[in-house]
Unconditional design. Sequence first.
Length: 219
Amino acid sequence: MAHDVQVRTTLPGDIDALLALQERVYPAIDPWRRDHLVHQLKVFPQGQLVAELDGEVVGCASALVILWDEWAEEHTWQEITARGTFSTHNPDGFTLYGAEVFVDPDMRGRRIGQALYEGRRQLCRDLNLRRIIACGRLPGYQAHAPQMTAEQYAKRVLWGDLSDPVLSFQLREGFRYCGIMKDYLPQDEESCGQASLIVWINPDFDPSRPTALQPAPTS
């Protein structure tokens, strides 16, 4: 019997499950702190999503809204997320910034990642935001680092010569590759600290309207 993945907004009661799941997914990377997750839910509850299967939390997608012009130059994950607190969330922005996505490694092949990405795209549409920007891990890069730069590796993935577990998936999900963010997450040894800058443009964005997070103009 098939079971459908449900994507919904994160609730305070999900925090314990998220902390435990993140530690399993990224054993070599410092996990979130509980107070950070609480603050994420406080500043931008709509942007925090979980995937649920048979009543269990099996994935997560967290985001904030930013003024992209302030962050278009090189930045780190710690800087743009205010060390995971999302205090940099700015309702005046038009860019949904994808800060984190992770999926239970025992649930691969269940299309959980696709469901989370679609949930994030729908959020972008619902809020009338211009785009989604994220910096994705490059977990396949470590094996090739002695032979090529991260930029060369990403290009080989784009050309189809190589496959990366994250970037190849993101390209299939309709994101465009924009370049490399150096030293984005130094703890990420598989990616050698590097990340790929990617973007998805909302085809339904209406520049004549404010976003759902902005007040309507007064006459």
